[in-house]
Design a protein around this ligand. Sequence first.
Ligand code: FAD
Length: 408
Amino acid sequence: VFDVAIIGAGHAGAQAASLLRQRGFAGTLGILGDEPELPYERPPLSKDYLAGEKPFERLLLRAEDFWRNHDIELLRGTRIDRVDVQARRLYAGSGECFGYGNLIWAAGGSPRPLTCPGHELAGIHYVRTRQDVDRLRAELDHTRQVVVIGGGYIGLETAAVLQQLGRSVTLLEVQNRVLARVAGESLSRFYEAEHRARGVDVRLSTRVDRIIGEAGRVIGVALADGTLLPAEMVVVGIGIEPSVAPLAEAGLTQAAGGVLVDEYCRSSAANIFAIGDCAAHRNCHSALDGPIRLESVQNANDQARVVADSLTGKPQPYTALPWFWSDQYDLKLQTVGLSAGHDQTVMRGDPANRSFSLVYLRQGRVLAVDSVNLARDFVQAKALVQAGATVDVEALADASTSLRAALK
Ligand code: FAD
């Protein structure tokens, strides 16, 4: 029996355990995770780890002895399949059973799988875990042509790395622009142009019909318009499905594909919290109504803090400002705020200079800012978004003055 059991040894789970101990929590504490590794950073998986520029050891969130030294029982390779909320018990696939006082569900999500014909062929890869990327890298030597399906951050980052590794890359996006779900059109167009200039064949409004195989391995991708793209490898980045099945089966309220939580990350069941990618919450910085899920390191860490504060008797609601980053080629994108629901965008600087910011406004107030190679704007943007500041649009568009100078 653990006084606090954490499911998932990813960003959110590892951070929750560390913070609980940091805040003096003295009860028994266990992290049950299904991956074989010590908790590690996921963002490098589609960046420098994929590129072979960073060894796995440098991805570890904590050194191996940290967990022991802090009396945190880390059970690796342990997958929880069932939760009995009345008896407060967890059942692992292996048959093991664990009791809990409080449960923190931090199980993240798994990549949404391809479902078209040919989806089971060898040579189709996803980018979510270290094992996924090791498998992908092991095939790279025999790979010349790659088709990346999905023009979100993971697809774009993966395309950038594989292109730089000298592979011929085609990127397919079903919408009429990349990053359609998260960014304004000018940012999408900028990234499309950058990838094309580097040699990536970016195809928009393109639907995959099936994956073609020979002897069980991918040899190409057939598009709905009849085009056939030869490929020895397909990388799929079409979003995630939150890992919440055991909680859904136990009857917990769901939303946005995840587990619904309140501003203290409490689910609809007593003593069960959910944090990170799998937690659907009302975000006070969102202009949209209703719960959302955020898939970011910021959200995982800040929600971990909310739960650690609650469980150590100092509850604070979740109000942290959302932020995110993405690295592609030599472009560092930093975003702050949630742009969905904006009614105006203002470009600061010229994308042709490869250093600019796109500011998202709603009713004249700053809702979000996406900065490319412009760390100075990112820092100031945090303050403006936090304050929901009203700004002078003309001053905002003048990149020679600071963001702050546009304050009304
Ligand atoms: P995870 O880190 O996914 O951890 C969940 C863990 O729970 C996993 O180990 C999973 O295997 C395990 N698990 C699932 N089900 C069970 C079960 N039933 N029993 C036991 N264990 C279970 N965010 C950024 O902010 N910036 C970036 O640049 C960025 N780049 C990214 C690049 C990639 C390739 C990926 C995949 C993600 C990236 N993200 C980035 C997102 C970020 O990594 C996630 O938001 C973050 O990892 C979420 O943390 P989490 O703890 O909720 O989930």
